[in-house]
Design a protein around this ligand. Structure first.
Ligand code: RIB
Length: 292
């Protein structure tokens, strides 16, 4: 079984602020940090640090060699990562205030993924392999359909949410990972209540295994056979950036290693609990040894 993570790569610029920016305001940041991120890359790093062999497919720009090297240093295969000199690598501007964040992304090369790149990449994968996705790259509906046609299982972290997700072939998704905002929007619920929203999603996507991360309120799981809840560990959050990506990567790593769903949720909860105590995105994701 191989894991293909087809996803975004962003250079993250993180600014620690006293309060989030208001309209017309100019604010001096307390500190600034540059690092590697992008929900796709973060999920790949989490899977790799959990001990799995990951193939990362995606696109970086003319400034992307540093990113390719970073993935390689983390033991990730980069043969399906295209360096496109006609564009720039995606980036994110992140405000962090007392552990919470606000993120502005610029897609850059992440939005230049073509159907040709998808077809060529999928040639190397076969039934039983996993495709890991997020919502920061172009041509996702095409990618989902092409991967399913080849017999791959699909893990989709529906982040960040935008209305176009409602037009995706969601019935092809095997495991759907959502946070409170994404879950409510996808379910069409006006208020968030975990079990109610999960029930709505289950009615909408009966074949899909649903994973809901609710930050410090814990995580939930629902499929045709079981409903689970795992509470969060009480920790002091310094920066929650990439906590969801860490959770989803570690959860899938647990499943792929043969763990039961609840065990995979506990592993993912522990990993995310460590990530929020550290600054940055990819840099905050723990190695599996740190969880023991
Ligand atoms: O989930 C966190 C990530 O969202 C950041 O690394 C940023 O690049 C954005 O993609």
């Amino acid at each position: 079984m191989k894991i293909l993570s087809f996803g975004s790569l962003n250079y993250d610029y993180t600014y620690e602020v006293e309060h989030f920016l208001a309209p017309k305001e100019t604010l001096a940041a307390k500190s600034m940090q540059r690092g590697f991120g992008g929900k796709g890359a973060n999920q790949s790093i989490a899977l790799a640090r959990a001990g799995l062999l990951v193939y990362h497919a995606g696109r970086v720009g003319v400034d992307g060699q540093l990113f390719v090297d970073y993935l390689k240093q983390n033991g990730i295969h980069t043969d399906y990562l295209i360096k496109d000199n006609a564009t720039a690598t995606g980036h994110a501007i992140i405000e962090v205030c007392r552990g919470e964040n606000r993120i502005l992304i610029y897609g850059g090369a992440n939005q230049e993924i073509t159907t040709e790149q998808i077809d060529q990449t999928l040639e190397a994968f076969a039934p039983g392999d996993w495709l890991v996705l997020q919502n920061e790259i172009s041509n996702l509906p095409y990618l989902m359909r092409a991967a399913k046609k080849k017999g791959l299982s699909i893990f989709f972290n529906a982040a960040p949410y935008d209305a176009s997700i409602q037009t995706y072939p969601m019935e092809l998704v095997d495991v759907l990972c959502v946070n409170e905002v994404e879950a409510s929007a996808l379910a069409g619920a006006e208020t968030f209540e975990a079990d109610a929203v999960l029930n709505l999603l289950h009615e909408k996507y009966p074949q899909t295994r649903l994973l809901l991360t609710a930050g410090s309120a814990g995580s939930y799981y629902l499929d045709a056979e079981q409903r689970l809840f795992v509470p969060c560990e009480k920790v002091q959050a310094v920066d929650t950036t990439a906590a969801g990506d860490t959770y989803s990567g570690y959860f899938l790593a647990g499943l792929c290693s043969g763990s039961a769903v609840e065990q995979a949720m506990r592993l993912a909860t522990k990993a995310a609990g460590i990530a929020v105590q550290r600054k940055g995105a990819a840099a905050s994701i723990p190695e599996i040894e740190e969880l023991k």
